[in-house]
Ligand binder design. Sequence first.
Ligand code: ARG
Length: 288
Amino acid sequence: MNDGSSSTASRNPLKRFLLCSPDHFDITFEINPWMSSQRRPDRKKSWGEWNALVADLRAAGAEVHHFPSLPGLSDMVFPTDVGVVDGDRFVRGRFRHPERRDEAAHGATWLLEHGFTEIPWPDDPGMYLEGGDVLRFGDVLLCGTGPRTSPAAAAYLSQVLGIPVVTVPIVDPRFYHLDMSFCPLDARRAIYAPDVWDREGRRAIGELVPDPLVISVEEALTFSANSVVVGRTVVMPSCPPRIRTRLEDWGFTVRVSPVDEFLKAGGGIRCMSLDLDLLGGARRMSPI
Ligand code: ARG
């Protein structure tokens, strides 16, 4: 890392993330059912939670890079949505809502400056893609579609990354990105809330995951699925007792890192932590 803004947890990190600090975090528009300009985040608490999250990710063995937001980009603290990154290449996000579109350019600038190569989009104005909809499970890419990402964009991503895609149509608008209802744990296990998807999505995921931890909509409303996994540690915004018991039985360590100020904007830990190696990019040359 050459801009002095980040540090490395270990020489062989279990995971690399890019986070955006909350310098300009606020609720200045309402583009999901969680956001209300009547319930704006507290600046001091936001910084406290964000610094604690960075420390928790590093303690779990992750390498954390970070960059500042720009004035006016009040949702930029959720950099996961700015694109899909794997090792040394990325596809930039195409935001559904105009309020967030400038974030894609800001995120891409950081990635380009740090040696990542951009895979361009075809010239199709009908394609939308937000990174919060994109996850990897085993040998496939999972792509939530509907509220924020279009099926054509999912197909394009699959083609350029060279990995089959399973699309999961989202029907509950409170869970507008797939990372709010699905959290991959390892090659066999995942936490997920099937009730927020359509029948086809439920069937596809049911066939894909050998050992599921199925959670209710109530459990998902705590953002428990909006978590990241670093080795065998699951870093979570909250963890209802039933979920904790199952994770510990499976040999995971649960580390709860509350981000309540960020939940006000409808985003949790996975939204705040852009995975730089979505497909396991370690197999490629990493530019940073
Ligand atoms: N306020 C942001 C939005 O509505 C929250 C983003 C959440 N990101 C995520 N990956 N789930 O777009």
